[in-house]
Design a protein around this ligand. Sequence first.
Ligand SMILES: NC(=O)c1ccc[n+]([C@@H]2O[C@H](COP(=O)([O-])OP(=O)(O)OC[C@H]3O[C@@H](n4cnc5c(N)ncnc54)[C@H](OP(=O)(O)O)[C@@H]3O)[C@@H](O)[C@H]2O)c1
Length: 327
Amino acid sequence: MRYRELGRTGWKVSEISFGAWAIGSMWGRVDDNESLAALHRAVDLGVNFFDTADVYGMGHSERLIARLRKERLETIYVATKAGRRLSPHTADGYNRQNLKQFIEDSLRNLETDCLDLVQLHCPTTEVYYRPEVFGALDDLTKEGKIRYYGVSVERVEEALKAIEFPGVQSIQIIFNMFRTRPAELFFPEAQRRRVGILARVPLASGLLAGKMTSQSSFGTDDHRNFNRHGERFDVGETFSGVDFETGLAAVEELRELVPPGATMAQFALRWILMFEAVTCAIPGAKRPSQVEDNAGAADLPPLTDAQMAKARGVYDQYIRELVHQRW
Ligand SMILES: NC(=O)c1ccc[n+]([C@@H]2O[C@H](COP(=O)([O-])OP(=O)(O)OC[C@H]3O[C@@H](n4cnc5c(N)ncnc54)[C@H](OP(=O)(O)O)[C@@H]3O)[C@@H](O)[C@H]2O)c1
């Protein structure tokens, strides 16, 4: 495993980290023993950063990570999120009182006195124009409830606005071979301000692992079934907002670029690591074999200019028109 500095935190986090949404909820059937085995395997392989949220299985994902922490001696950084338990999910809900309550709940779930990193969980755009929200997070930092805070964003423009607040240490944003716009304006600005970047949905919900076909089916409790068209939350979170059949066609072209001995998932993750502004990718994983595959991406040599150019060509041909200006 290799490590990169996360913004101004002084932490060195694993280039391939762990996304813990799937082990909490909304990804079909999961088994806690298998999820825990995946978490442990990640630590075995040098992963030291885990991304979760209070809403993933209503604390279930956080509680599994708390168990992992108790069972391991290694340093483990946990980034959680707050805000998505609001119903309705409004800007007004991001008030001091609610944030405090969400953070108390996460402290309990994670069995700790101080949260390492709390991210606002894709708040509505209005929240970025309410400095009092960030003021409340500053106060929670001073009170010792949270060590650092950041924001998980939907859009590039929200990311650019969020990093104007000096306390923001990290931005979590969708970035993968099917979602490249963050690299244009946002990455240089985040680097200039020394803000960490967590690349989420790095495998486009598994599509970029190259294992799916038009016959693939997903359980009724899997968002790849029920949110394909944005029925429950932003469609960009499911297959990265790419129409499934178009994504499959693009994957067939990308497959030819995978270096010998590497898997398609490793290639997709290595592509992300080619961008030095990125702190880490946080692929979701449900079982140890996926963790092993994903962690292996950090050991691949850099991709060549020709591979990068061809990947760009596939994006331009199949994906750009569908997603580029939408997020
Ligand atoms: N709003 C937000 O803040 C937000 C939204 C989305 C995600 N996130 C965070 O970002 C993390 C990553 O995104 P994601 O989980 O949505 O999508 P992802 O990482 O692109 O895809 C993860 C899924 O791909 C499959 N997979 C993983 N590794 C694989 C491998 N090596 N080979 C084949 N299949 C593999 C697994 O599902 P199957 O085995 O079932 O196919 C896994 O659950 C999340 O876990 C979460 O922590 C945050």
